[in-house]
Write a protein that binds this ligand. Structure first.
Ligand SMILES: Cc1cc2nc3c(=O)[nH]c(=O)nc-3n(C[C@H](O)[C@H](O)[C@H](O)COP(=O)(O)OP(=O)(O)OC[C@H]3O[C@@H](n4cnc5c(N)ncnc54)[C@H](O)[C@@H]3O)c2cc1C
Length: 430
């Protein structure tokens, strides 16, 4: 039997396709599905810390940032903007090659009941909307709007309270009726929708483009960014950070190290006796084939009653899941060679969630599925990020464990972080 064309598969057939998928025959990955810069992808085993990359490394820096995902890039950007001249960012492979490259890119200010978190979500949104004017590189931010659906009295009450609170923080939340929801997103099923909570200025960002723009902004301020350089150890002397050693054996002396190694952060930190309790877990979305009615102006819709978010992707729709029961990935440790990688989907576990999620936009059940994607994301036990100085080792800092909102909140933490580093002010978030 030849390769199966995803376009011929209906959502209801996902489960039947499981054996094929697991043998890797169904996984086609049409690069065209992303509208921004598309990196090379696949589970690529490539040498890290190439001698060529290591040759130009400095001997000394004030701070070494480990990891070139959205978080490390944002740290480098903000530190450089705060006036730190000798910022060095080291990325094991290519920028964004861990989790950032495949994020869905939702940029939402609605939903938090923390004043600090809400105001700093607004900071992230504003930064993404204006970064291009500074760097010349678009972040792909599109203020297409966001609607949270309330389909039960419980959700209605909860979101009304959240809205009141968010409005107090300056988020323009409008409560709208089912007909308004349908006017904004005509294919959305609204017969069970009690109310929608709409933020017109929210939307989506392209995570790869946003990272590249942050990196360029960091470089413009003097930061040095190296790809293909893996940190093997953090050096220490007298109970504090002294620098890093790369896989090629090069050492950079540094006053501070910031571990932004995403799902690798735990194992890198453990080498220094630092505890970073996060775990990679499966995270899913699918992308449908083209649906002619889809319009670029449609907002992102989130439906917590079906654990789903839905937005346009290319000429089709993306249906993403936040299923209530997750699955860990590689508890024993993340392979060093995992780059632009994906995880074989566990259809037995997720297909019913997808079927339920897709019922919110029934047209997705008729369209073919062009891509079913499962990628790893770092989660923590209390769903809070691990951000700040490590108590075990002076000047060892961590920013990891983003619980699937690293793109929309990344700059939040970093902004907060910079205030901690620069002004020694502790701001408690979330
Ligand atoms: C399917 C999916 C959808 C998502 N959708 C959204 C969304 O809509 N909105 C949102 O806000 N978030 C979303 N997320 C979450 C978001 O992608 C992550 O929170 C974010 O990308 C984490 O960024 P990071 O920089 O911490 O990690 P990463 O992107 O993994 O970056 C860590 C980097 O460190 C590097 N590294 C590791 N070890 C070393 C070493 N020893 N030396 C040097 N470098 C090293 C890696 O190569 C990697 O590039 C989604 C995630 C998934 C999986």
């Amino acid at each position: 039997m030849g390769p199966v064309k995803m376009g011929s598969i209906r959502a209801s057939q996902l489960r039947a396709c499981r054996p094929l998928l697991l043998r890797g025959r169904l996984a086609v990955w049409p690069p065209a599905h992303r509208e921004g810069r598309v990196p090379e992808r696949g589970h690529v085993a490539r040498p890290h810390s190439t001698p060529a990359a290591s040759a130009s490394l400095p001997q000394q820096a004030r701070v070494v940032v480990v990891g070139g995902g959205i978080i490390g890039s944002s740290i480098a950007y903000h530190l450089a903007h705060a006036g730190w001249k000798d910022v060095v960012l080291l990325e094991r492979d290519k920028l964004t090659s861990g989790t950032t490259w495949h994020a869905a890119g939702l940029m939402v200010t609605f939903g938090s009941t923390s004043a600090t978190s809400t105001s700093l979500r607004k900071y992230s949104r504003d930064l993404y909307s204006k970064l291009e004017s500074e760097t010349g590189l678009s972040t792909g931010f599109e203020p297409i709007g966001f609607i949270e659906l309330a389909t039960t009295p419980g959700y209605l009450e909860e979101f009304r309270r959240v809205s009141d609170y968010n409005r107090l923080q300056g988020v323009d939340v409008q409560e709208i009726g089912p007909a308004d929801v349908q006017a904004l997103f005509p294919l959305c099923k609204v017969d069970d929708v009690l109310r929608g909570f709409y933020v017109a200025g929210d939307g989506r960002v392209n995570p790869v483009d946003a990272t590249m723009s942050l990196v360029k902004g960091a470089r413009q301020q003097g930061a040095k960014v190296f790809e293909g350089v893996a940190v093997s150890d953090v050096l220490q002397a007298h109970g504090r950070v002294a620098g890093v050693r790369t896989e090629c054996g090069h050492e950079i002396k540094a006053e501070y190290v910031v571990n932004c190694a995403g799902m690798w952060a735990r194992q890198l930190a453990a080498k220094s006796g630092v505890s970073v309790p996060l775990q990679a877990a499966e995270h899913y979305y699918l992308i449908t084939d083209a649906i002619p009615e889809v319009d670029k102006k449609w907002p992102v819709v989130e439906d917590p009653s079906s654990y789903a978010y839905i937005r346009r992707e290319g000429a089709g729709l993306m249906v993403g899941l936040f299923e209530p029961w997750g699955a860990t990935w590689r508890a024993e440790g993340i392979p060093q060679s995992f780059s632009f990688g994906e995880i074989p989907a566990d259809l037995d576990r997720v297909s019913l969630y997808f079927e339920r999620a897709m019922q919110r936009v029934p047209r997705t059940l008729e369209a073919g599925v062009s891509k079913l994607f499962c990628g790893p994301e770092s989660f923590t036990a209390d769903l809070r990020p691990i951000v700040g100085p490590a108590p075990e080792l002076e000047n060892y800092w961590v920013a990891a464990g983003m619980n699937s909102i690293g793109i929309l909140t990344g700059d939040i933490y970093i902004y907060t972080y910079i205030h901690i580093v620069i002004y020694n002010i502790y701001i408690y978030i979330l």
